[in-house]
Every structure is written in C-alpha cells, then in structure tokens.
Design a protein around this ligand. Sequence first.
Ligand code: SAH
Length: 263
Amino acid sequence: MTERRAKGRLAITPSLTPRSLEQRGTPARAWQARVITLFPEAFPGVLGLSLTGKALQDGLWGLEAIDLRPFGIGKHRNVDDTPAGGGAGMVLRADVLGAAIGVAMRGTPDARADWPLVCLSPRGRPFTQAKARDWSQGRGITMVCGRFEGIDQRVIDHFGIEEVSLGDFVLTGGELAAQAMLDATVRLLPDVLGNAASIAEESFSDGLLEHPQYTRPAEWEGHAIPPVLLSGNHAEIARWRRAESERLTRERRPDLIADQSPR
Ligand code: SAH
C-alpha cells in the first residue's frame, strides 16, 4: 500500500493482500477488510486458519491490519487520554483515530453500502447473519477496534461510523469481535466455502436454528442416531429436520419466531 509512504512512517502493517486474480479468471478486486487496531499482530489470527485462511492465501479476500500506534501523539505516540468529565480508564483520542481512519478510507468507494465504516462496540446494534450478508455483497469494509473505555464520540459522529456489537457482554478490545464478524462475512463470499448448499441450510438463513447433526458411528456409548435419518426416505428426513429446527428455535430463541422479518 502507498499509505506507508504518505505518512512518512509505518502506517499499514504488512499483511496478506490479494494477489492478482486475473490469471484465475475471477474479478481482480477481491473483497478487502481494513482493520484499525492497536494490536495488528492479532491479525489474521483465527482468520488465517482453515477455510478463511485458505481463501486469504488464494486471494479471494484481503486483510490489512492498520496499526494505530504510529498515528499517536508525541515521542511516545500516545493514542489515548483521560475521559472528559472524569471517571475511570482512558479513551482513544479523536485526532489520532481521525488520522488513521482517513488513511484507511483512502481509495474506497464513496457509497458506504459498498464499503461500510464500522466500529466494534458493545453499544452498537447487534451483529446478525443479515448484516454479514450485506457486508459480503459490498467491496470491502473498514473496522475500528476500540480499547480501554472506547473511542471519542466525535470520531463516530464526524465520520458517521456505524457501531456494531458482537453481543451483550464486554470484551477488552474490538479485535475478537472484528475477527468474529469478518469470519461470518468472508465465509459468504463466493468460492470461500466451496459448498453453497451448506450456507443455504444453516442457522438463521431461513429464520430458524439448524436441526441437530449426526455422523458415524451409528451407535456410540449406547446412543443411536435417530432412525429416520438412516431410513433413506428423503421426504421424511426433511420433515424431521424442519420439526427439529422449529422445536429448537421455539425453545431457545422464541424471539426469532416472533420477528418474521428476513434475517
Ligand atoms: N466502556 C465501554 C466498553 C469498552 S470495552 C462500554 O461500557 O460500553 C473496549 C472495547 O472493546 C470497545 O471499545 C469495543 O471496541 C470492544 N468491545 C467490547 N465489547 C464488545 C462487544 N460486545 N462487541 C463489539 N466490541 C466490543
């Protein structure tokens, strides 16, 4: 990336970027994630393994971890300061984050639908499968990982950053949340999973949780596989799976049944 030169100091850490895909007959511009973080060494992390890691290596998507530290102030490259109005902890500075976001958004499409700018936050709207699908249909995403008490509100307002939450709990930083959301998004990109049918049938895709799964051995520790699954009767199997999906969803996630909007 050219950002490295632009700031006169290291702004973007080396990471896996998509190599030219033209020789593979796929579009040259692969889906791209840029993640602003104080811990670029946390990436690609889990995303470097298994199917997402293979896809990263094959250039089906790209990942740049942008180190926030070089944007810091003064000799010590300070990135945080005490909260205005007092209180515990530290807050990531608006000027420092602003500079990093400016670099991270360079060359991205103007339409935010094509390239969302999001910040990981327990205060955000809950992340969903529908959100992963939306993101996977754009060209990429920029994510801001918070640390300490979070980030200066003015940055969120100024850039119109969308706040997204991994769930109703508090993590120490946004990196795990970013990786979780990127995993959910990247596996929906064409050719990453290699088996589109498994996406179509899994939890949330039809508003229900997935039915239980079984495999060999047919009998284990005295537990048999439900006989219908071994019957070879595909209509019966489909009916059983649907009923199990509905039962599990009713028991565990009645909210999914109440909310009939597509997810
Ligand atoms: N003081 C904040 C929590 C800060 S936790 C509050 O009470 O709302 C530090 C950082 O971890 C956050 O800025 C955010 O980037 C990340 N984080 C923590 N919990 C998260 C969650 N549930 N989803 C997404 N990001 C989260």
